[in-house]
Design a protein around this ligand. Structure first.
Ligand code: CP
Length: 304
């Protein structure tokens, strides 16, 4: 694996290998090995043009646990604010001999553009680009589901909310479909649903009660207002009534349905607090798995 910009073209065996490797990393950490030296001498740059809590922190933690040096590039205090163009920034940073750049950008396709313009052998890892892809989130969601529901041939997953603007939904679908999920349901108001032709592996629902019925896992998505130009949204209370996950709706799902959310969650808009904090919630487990998946990806790419 040289770069990771999307899961779309990643073979199933590569996805499975990364998930297995994440479990190895988890077990190593659980047995008290807080730091491995797999990436000693390597330098990894976090280049985030959009805000992040989970992804940036877990990439940093993952890199440090593997013994790499990490630089968190501060966009606000960088020469980007003086008008430096993205590829000039890239070449400037490459001249400092980096091994990998972890990039998040609001424009879809930016990580692939960096791959095309890179002049050194730097690896590029997508930490989320526009509404296109968030591959490590797709991997950590697949890992979280696999830990509880290992037989994907019987797995029904419902992904609900602002699917149209969600890079997480796209990467989740790529991962789950590759791993052989029985059924992937996408649900949301018509204005927030993508074109069905983009998701041939999925079934589409406008009614959340129908979408969640019998589901083994439900992945809730927040309204990505920062990516909406002119969509006429219902008010938040009305949205919650139609598309919020509360205890009544969760009772329609399969027994023990996994409640998931990539975060950040918006309580009372797409998910009720009692469900987000309830016994079926795997939201914080997803966060923990994010560190192990990112250790697996960095190890796979950069270990000598
Ligand atoms: N899931 C996710 O990408 O969260 P952050 O925006 O906090 O990184």
């Amino acid at each position: 694996l040289r770069h990771l910009t999307t899961l779309e073209n990643l073979p199933r065996d590569c996805i499975e290998r990364l998930l297995d490797r994440a479990i190895t990393m988890r077990d190593a950490c659980a047995h008290g090995t807080r730091k491995l030296d797999l990436l000693s001498g390597r330098t990894i740059l976090n280049l985030f043009f959009e805000p992040s809590t989970r992804t940036r922190t877990s990439f940093e933690l993952a890199a440090r646990r593997l013994g790499a040096d990490v630089i968190n590039f501060d966009i606000g205090f960088s020469s980007t604010s003086k008008g430096e163009e993205l590829f000039d920034t890239l070449h400037t940073l490459e001249a400092m001999h980096l091994d990998a750049i972890v990039v998040r950008h609001k424009v879809s396709g930016t990580p692939d553009e960096l791959v095309r313009h890179a002049m050194s052998g730097v690896s590029v890892i997508n930490a989320g680009d526009g509404n296109r892809a968030h591959p490590t989130q797709g991997l950590l969601d697949a890992l979280t589901i696999r830990q509880h529901r290992p037989d994907f041939s019987r797995l029904i997953v419902a992904i609900c909310g602002d699917v149209k603007h969600s890079r997480v939904a796209r990467s989740d679908v790529h991962a789950l479909a590759k791993l052989g999920a029985k059924e992937i349901r996408l649900c949301g108001p018509a204005a927030l649903m993508p074109d069905a032709s983009e998701f041939p592996a999925c079934t589409f629902y406008e009614d959340f009660d129908q979408a969640i019925e019998g589901a083994d896992a439900v992945i809730m998505l927040r309204l990505q207002k920062e990516r909406m130009a002119s969509i006429d949204l219902p008010d938040e209370a009305a949205y919650f009534r139609q598309y919020g996950l509360d205890s009544r709706r969760l009772a329609l799902a399969a027994r023990g349905c996994l409640v998931m959310h990539p975060g950040p969650i918006n309580r009372g808009i797409e998910i009720a607090p009692e469900v987000a904090d309830g016994p079926q919630s795997r939201i914080l487990e997803q966060v923990g798995n994010g560190v192990f998946v990112r250790m697996a990806v960095l190890g796979e790419m950069l270990a000598r």
